[in-house]
Write a protein that binds this ligand. Structure first.
Ligand SMILES: [Zn+2]
Length: 148
């Protein structure tokens, strides 16, 4: 489903009128000069406005990206635990670091784990073999349960 930014009709009309007025070079020069002066006289407000604008762009970009990724599954495909709204089991957008392409939704904890092994399947296989070899040599007693 393509992402569409929702704007009320009044805002769309105001933007359109502003765009037409800004095509006049004299108006544009006056407007930019006035804006620059306001920015110089109100540095705190200007910084706050910039921060808000950057955050809104980031929010829209993230919403577009999440919409393109499709629906989130209920569980992490790696640890199989259900996603939670916050914390280490929160669903995060995982991507291939070589191609930059979306791989899937996984939990925050497993995303960090993949980052720590630098997305290396060989490292993960050796880690599994390491754990399995130890467990074959030193089997756990019946009451020493695995946590996962
Ligand atoms: Zn997980």
């Amino acid at each position: 489903m393509p992402f569409k930014l929702k704007m009320d009709p009044a805002s769309v009309a105001r933007r359109e009128r502003y765009s037409v007025r800004m095509s006049d070079p004299d108006f544009k020069a006056r407007k930019l000069a006035t804006n620059k002066e306001w920015q110089r006289n109100n540095p705190e407000k200007w910084n706050k406005a910039l921060t808000t604008a950057v955050r809104n762009v980031q929010k829209a970009s993230k919403a577009r990206r999440d919409a393109a990724a499709g629906p989130k599954p209920e569980r992490c495909p790696i640890c199989l635990l259900p996603f939670t709204p916050t914390g280490p089991r929160k669903a995060v957008w995982d991507h291939n670091h070589r191609t930059g392409k979306f791989r899937g939704w996984i939990c925050c904890f497993d995303n960090r784990m993949l980052g720590m092994v630098q997305d290396s399947p060989d490292t993960l296989r050796r880690a599994a073999l390491y754990i399995e070899t130890d467990e074959a040599r030193n089997p756990a007693l019946p009451w020493q349960k695995r946590t996962k």
